[in-house]
Design a protein around this ligand. Structure first.
Ligand code: ATP
Length: 250
């Protein structure tokens, strides 16, 4: 089995001194998309912020390529190979597309790869980022993560406010990032789009993992997803398949 690029063990994360994330253990393999699902307020962003060092860790360890990073400052986690595409689409609005990419470039990061993935950006390389459409801005945010030559990329709800066609296009690119050997950890409101490109999924409820297993077990199963998101009567034995760890918390 491939060693995980990112490995969390017993992770707890606080917000304003209140523990939001409890005892989360999960791995993200290189070359795969790991999907994190859950209802609004389940703690998905808090978990990502904890991994990136933007929210304080209460417990646990975070390893990137086998090395502990949980005590490092956020910028050192980035240097170690952790890319974070946050929910708010942040670009330098008065800089051009190319300048936005250049300020984020490091190591082996290559603008050519970004332009190959997003020909739209190459066409607009001299345009100020503030003039891009929402979809193009999201491409630029992904591009900025990519030119830092990351081993792991965390992507939080990149589909917010975008048209379905644009979201599908971006999802295709996320699959390509994984195809380049990057471990992608994806939070997505459109669960089925994420499950289509993901290999493993973890569902969070009230800050705890209530499902870990292959994406195919959840694909198209709206009822099961609803129950995992919001709780409900226990699943029948036939439905709690081997290989998936599932609990029904209230
Ligand atoms: N800065 C903060 N201070 C205090 N509590 C916070 C803060 N940010 C988030 N929370 C709380 O932490 C919990 C988890 O929020 P979080 O944003 O991580 O969930 P989420 O699953 O990402 O939800 P969404 O899909 O709505 O973004 C919520 O109860 C929220 O109110």
């Amino acid at each position: 089995m491939t060693a995980p690029a990112l490995a969390l063990a017993g992770v707890g994360v606080d917000r304003a001194e209140v523990q939001i994330i409890h005892d989360v253990s999960l791995d993200a393999a290189p070359g795969a998309v790991t999907v994190i699902l859950g209802a609004n307020g389940a703690g998905k962003t808090t978990l990502m912020d904890g991994i990136a060092g933007l929210a304080p860790l209460r417990s646990g360890t975070i390893r990137l390529d086998g090395k502990p990073i949980e005590k490092l400052a956020p910028y050192k986690r980035a240097w170690a190979g952790l890319g974070y595409v946050e929910q708010a689409r942040t670009t330098f609005r008065t800089l051009t597309v190319e300048q936005n990419l250049l300020v984020s470039q490091s190591g082996d990061g290559d603008l050519g790869t970004v332009y190959r993935l997003f020909p739209e950006l190459e066409k607009r390389r001299g345009l100020q980022a503030g003039h891009l459409s929402g979809g193009e801005q999201q491409m630029l945010v992904l591009g900025r993560a990519l030119v830092s030559a990351p081993k792991v990329v965390l992507i939080d709800e990149m589909s917010l406010g975008l048209a379905p066609l644009v979201v599908r296009r971006l999802m295709g690119t996320v699959g390509e990032l994984a195809g380049m050997g990057i471990a992608v950890v994806l939070i997505e409101q459109f669960a089925n789009l994420a499950l289509d490109i993901g290999t493993h999924a973890h569902v969070l409820r009230k800050g705890r993992v209530v499902f870990s297993g292959p994406c195919e077990e959840l694909r198209g199963d709206e009822q099961r997803l609803h129950r995992l998101y919001f709780g409900g009567p226990p699943l029948s034995a036939a439905k709690t398949d081997a290989g998936a760890a599932e609990s029904e918390l209230e």
